[in-house]
Ligand binder design. Structure first.
Ligand code: NAD
Length: 477
C-alpha cells in the first residue's frame, strides 16, 4: 500500500490541512493500492502565499541561473526513472511500450526548455522602444492524469524559464507519480516557494487556484468542459489562461496512400496511450474508392492489437485509468451501435482470454465503420481505444469532414504524394498536422484551434505565454 500524506509547500513536505482520503487503484486489477490525503482550500492559499513570497527574488534571476536550475531538475527527475516507470504503469496502466516515453519526456522537457531559454530574446528593440518580456507572476499549473509527470515538468520548466513561481495541482488520480516527481524536484534544491505542489480535488483545490487574486496565470491541461469552468472563474481577475484541451483528431487517408504503411500508422495514432490521448486520431477518413480494402486491413490490424497486461512489452492497449473511464468507453461503444455505426472489431465488454485480469478495467480495441460525422462517436472525445471509419467521396469532402468538429488539436494526412498531402494539410484547421508521421517536435508550438484550447505550449510560443511585454520609451532608452 502506498500511503501519501504530505503535500509540498514552501520547500517542505507538510501534512495537508485537508483530511479527505482518496483511494488509488491498480487499473489492471481494480485493487486499491494506496491512499492519498488530499489538500483543501486552506492548503492552496498557503501554497499561493509561498509562491507569492518567492516571486520578487526569483523573477529577478538571470538566464544562466535558471538554465542551471533546469538542468538540476532534469538530473533529479532522471535519477528517479525506475520509480517513475513503475508508478506510470501501476497507477494508470500505461503499456510498458508507452511508459518509457512517459518517463523520459519530463526529463527532456527540462533540457529542451534550458536550450530554448539560452536563445530566447527577453529584450527587444521595437521602433524607439525597448521591450522587455516580464514574468507574469504566480502561475497555477493544473494537470491531468494521462501524462502527469510530463505535464508537471513541462509546465514547471516553462514557468521557471520565464521567472514565474508556481502552484501545481496535479490530478488526484496520479498521486504516486506526483510524489516521486515532488521528491525529485525537492532534491534539486531550489529556493523555497518557487514551486509548491498540492494534490487535491479539482472542484476545491483547482477552483481555488483558478479564482485566487494572487495567481496571475493558469496553465491547464484536461477536458474541454473543465477548461471552460477554469476560464470562467479566471475571468474575474483577468488571469492569463493557457488551455490544452481535448480533441477528435482526423486521420485522412488519401486514395494514393500505401496502405501497408498507412493502416499501422493510423492504428497507432488512434490507440496510443491506450486511446487515452488528447491527440489520438480517432476519426479515420477513408476514400470510398478504397473503402473495402481499408476496412479489411484496419479490421485485421485492430484484431491483432494486444490488449491486456500493461507490463507485457507486447501490449498496445492497457486498462482504462478508472472504472468511470471504463464505463464511459462502454457507453460510447453502445451509442455507436445504437446510432447505426457498423462494428468491425471489438465492442462492449472485456477482451477475451484474460480471466486473470477480470477485475481490471480492460476494454476491447474497437473499430466502427459506416460512421457519419454527425454521430456521437464522431463528435465527442471518447478517450479510449475506439476508432471510427468515416467514408468520403473526394478530397474536398475529406477536408470538409476533417474540419467539421468543435475541436482542432491535431490531424494526420497519409498519402503516397507528399506535395498533395501538404496541400491537404494546409487546409486543415488544427494546431498540428502530421504528414505520414507520428512525430513530435518540442521546439514546435503545441495546442489547439477552436475548443481544443487557448494558446500554445512548447518552444518560444510556450514561453511567451508566461511573459508579458513591457515597453520603455523616452529618454535614456
Ligand atoms: P480533467 O479535466 O478531468 O482534469 C484535469 C485536471 O483539472 C485535474 O487535475 C482535475 O482535478 C482538475 N480539475 C477538475 N475540475 C476542476 C475545476 N473545476 N477547476 C480547476 N481544476 C479542475 O481531465 P483528465 O481526465 O485528468 O484528462 C483527460 C482530458 O485531458 C482529455 O480531455 C484530454 O484530451 C485532455 N488532455 C489534453 C491534452 C492537451 O495537451 N491538449 C493533453 C492531455 C490530455
Amino acid at each position: 500500500m502506498h500511503t501519501i500524506d504530505t503535500i509540498y509547500i514552501d520547500g517542505r513536505f507538510v501534512t495537508p490541512h485537508g483530511t479527505e482520503l482518496f483511494d488509488l487503484h491498480d487499473p489492471a486489477t481494480g485493487a486499491v493500492t494506496g491512499r492519498v490525503r488530499l489538500a483543501d482550500e486552506e492548503d492552496v492559499r498557503a501554497a499561493i502565499a509561498a509562491a507569492k513570497r518567492a516571486l520578487p527574488a526569483f523573477s529577478r534571476t538571470g538566464k544562466a541561473e535558471r538554465i542551471a536550475m533546469l538542468h538540476r531538475l532534469a538530473d533529479a527527475v532522471a535519477a528517479r526513472r525506475d520509480d517513475l516507470l513503475d508508478a506510470v504503469i501501476g497507477e494508470y496502466g500505461a503499456p510498458a511500450s508507452r511508459a518509457a516515453f512517459m518517463v523520459d519526456h519530463p526529463v527532456n522537457a527540462f533540457r529542451e526548455t534550458a536550450a530554448l531559454l539560452a536563445d530566447y530574446p527577453f529584450l527587444r528593440r521595437m521602433g524607439t522602444a525597448e521591450v522587455s518580456m516580464e514574468p507574469l507572476g504566480v502561475a497555477g499549473l493544473i494537470t491531468p492524469w494521462n501524462s502527469n509527470a510530463g505535464f508537471i515538468c513541462g509546465k514547471l520548466a516553462t514557468a521557471i524559464a520565464a521567472g514565474c513561481t508556481t502552484v501545481i495541482k496535479p490530478s488526484e488520480m496520479s498521486a504516486r507519480q506526483t510524489q516521486i516527481v515532488t521528491e525529485a524536484l525537492h532534491a534539486a534544491g531550489l529556493a523555497p516557494g518557487l514551486f509548491n505542489i498540492v494534490t487535491g480535488r479539482g472542484d476545491r483545490v483547482g477552483a481555488t487556484i483558478s479564482s485566487h487574486p494572487d495567481v496571475a496565470k493558469i496553465s491547464f491541461t484536461g477536458f474541454t468542459a473543465t477548461g471552460k469552468a477554469i476560464l470562467r472563474s479566471a475571468a474575474d481577475t483577468l488571469k492569463r489562461v493557457t488551455l490544452e484541451l481535448g480533441g477528435k483528431s482526423p486521420t485522412i487517408i488519401l486514395d494514393d496512400a500505401d496502405l501497408s504503411q498507412a493502416i499501422p500508422l493510423a492504428i497507432n495514432a488512434a490507440f496510443m496511450n491506450s486511446g487515452q490521448a488528447c491527440i489520438a486520431g480517432t476519426r479515420l477518413l477513408a476514400p470510398r474508392s478504397r473503402l473495402a480494402e481499408i476496412e479489411a486491413r484496419a479490421r485485421s490490424a485492430v484484431e491483432a492489437v494486444r490488449a491486456g497486461d500493461p507490463r507485457d512489452p507486447a501490449t498496445i492497449v492497457g486498462p482504462m485509468v478508472s472504472r468511470t473511464q471504463w464505463e464511459r468507453v462502454q457507453r460510447y461503444i453502445r451509442i455507436g451501435v445504437e446510432e447505426g455505426a457498423v462494428l468491425l472489431a471489438g465492442g462492449e465488454g472485456r477482451p477475451d482470454g484474460q480471466p486473470e485480469f477480470s477485475g481490471g478495467w480492460f476494454v476491447r480495441p474497437t473499430l466502427f465503420t459506416a460512421v457519419r460525422n454527425d454521430m456521437t462517436i464522431a463528435r465527442e472525445e471518447i478517450f479510449g481505444p475506439v476508432l471510427s471509419i468515416l467514408p468520403y467521396e473526394d478530397e474536398e469532402e475529406a477536408i470538409a469532414i476533417a474540419n467539421d468538429t468543435v475541436y482542432g488539436l491535431q490531424a494526420y494526412v497519409l498519402s503516397g504524394d507528399t506535395a498533395r498531402a501538404r496541400r491537404v494539410a494546409d487546409r486543415i484547421v488544427a494546431g498540428r498536422v502530421l504528414i505520414n508521421s507520428l512525430t513530435h517536435d518540442p521546439k514546435a508550438p503545441f495546442g489547439g484551434f477552436k475548443q481544443s484550447g487557448i494558446g500554445r505550449e512548447y518552444g518560444s510560443f510556450g514561453l511567451d505565454a508566461f511573459l508579458e511585454p513591457k515597453a520603455l520609451l523616452g529618454e535614456g532608452v
